[in-house]
Design a protein around this ligand. Structure first.
Ligand code: NAD
Length: 359
């Protein structure tokens, strides 16, 4: 199997945080004598600038041949009025689809040292440890028919939520399997009181649960789930969601941790997996060296865990992040007004220093 990792920094703060992630990746590879080859390509807005294409075919091919892809984020307001195929976001949607990455894993963990950073009370968020499993290449973001038209009654915009049973089965299995290395509790999110696609979702997830007698399954309507995430987030272990519900709920859940700059994600399902921070390109702080690199560094931990099956390396990185937070090192997004703030480089240096202390 290839030991090549493709880095796609993308736009805005993407290049800043990916460079930090790559430093941690190189340090780990060196320490464990792993021969990991890294290639870098421009995608998104930068892809449009360099090649006139947000995801040039040669870049997609390089990703296909790699073991893992580390992505920053894509999005640039300069291209907002471009047609769909020439928008930066197309790079990400196409990459997920072409690599067959149907499952997005988003761990939402509230670090003890950061309970104050959440807009919710510390006693509500303390100990939160949720894994959101989001279906990634189906549902309303891809369903046909879709379009914008002018009809006799006026202009109309329409999209379709389409799920086949096999798409639901395979994502449900990912959630049940993942729960086995956690609390063995899966909560499936739907809107089955209104949507037929959700009725199928609920029944296929229930059927899939028969193969996992050791895992408990419950169902929750998405509106109630949004409320429960704020009221009693500790009740959840694994949340299984459609593409759109997962997109929305994972950003809501991100705020339990205080900053979206803390959250990593892994997209799996095909031969090559994709790792990326949950946050976007943060144009308000791009190029200023202020971005929090921890979400990308934690994504590198996931890359070692899932693509290289190196739990030891993943844990070492996660421990270094935990030590750094316990030492009170803070980028602006996770700082109290009285804290001394570091930039991307300062945070990275602290993580590297802590890594050097771990055997
Ligand atoms: P965003 O995540 O970029 O920013 C939201 C807020 O969080 C901003 O105030 C930003 O400064 C802050 N923030 C985000 N990441 C941070 C970090 N690492 N450190 C410190 N602060 C951080 O979301 P947005 O403003 O809605 O979107 C901006 C652009 O990013 C848009 O073009 C959008 O399409 C794109 N986007 C891309 C992805 C992706 O590539 N996966 C995801 C979300 C948004």
């Amino acid at each position: 199997m290839s030991s090549r990792v493709v880095a796609l920094p993308g736009d805005g703060i993407g290049p800043e945080v990916v460079e930090a992630g790559l430093e941690v990746l190189r340090e780990s590879a060196k320490k464990y004598a792993l021969d990991i080859e890294i290639e870098q390509y421009a995608i998104g807005g930068r892809g449009i600038e360099e090649y006139g294409d947000p995801l040039p075919p040669a870049v997609l091919e390089a990703c296909r041949k790699s073991r893992a892809v580390l992505l920053g984020s894509v999005g640039d307001a300069r291209y907002d009025s471009n047609p769909h195929h020439l928008r930066p976001e197309r790079a990400l949607l196409q990459l997920r689809k072409e690599l067959g990455l149907f499952a997005n894993l988003r761990p939402i963990k509230c670090h003890e040292a950061l309970t104050f950073a959440s807009p919710l009370k510390p006693e509500i968020v303390k100990g939160v440890d949720i894994l959101i499993v989001r279906e990634l290449i189906g549902g309303i973001y891809f369903g046909e028919p879709r379009g914008l038209e002018t009809r006799s009654q006026g202009r109309v915009g329409f999209n379709s939520e389409v799920y086949y049973d096999f798409e639901i089965q395979r994502i449900a299995r990912v959630a049940f399997e993942a729960s086995r290395s956690r609390g063995r509790r899966v909560t499936s999110v739907d809107k089955s009181n209104v949507l037929e696609s959700s009725q199928l979702w609920r029944s296929v997830v229930s059927e899939a649960a028969n193969e996992y007698a050791d895992v408990s399954l419950s169902h929750i309507l998405v509106d109630n789930c949004a409320m429960q995430l704020i009221a009693r987030p500790r009740q959840f272990d694994v949340l299984l969601c459609t593409n759109m519900f997962g997109d929305i709920l994972s950003d809501e859940a991100a705020m339990l941790t205080g900053s979206i700059g803390m959250l990593p994600s892994a997209s799996v399902g095909g031969e090559t997996a994709l790792y990326e921070p949950v946050h976007g390109t943060a144009p308000d702080i791009a190029g200023k060296g202020k971005a929090n690199p921890l979400a990308t560094i934690a994504s590198v931990a996931l890359l070692f865990r899932h693509s290289f099956q190196r739990e030891d390396i993943a844990r070492r990185i996660e421990t270094a992040v935990e030590m750094t937070l316990n030492q009170g090192v803070r980028t602006a997004d996770i700082a109290l007004p009285s804290d001394q703030v570091v930039g991307t480089r300062g945070m990275l240096d602290s993580v590297l220093e802590n890594l050097s202390l771990i055997r």
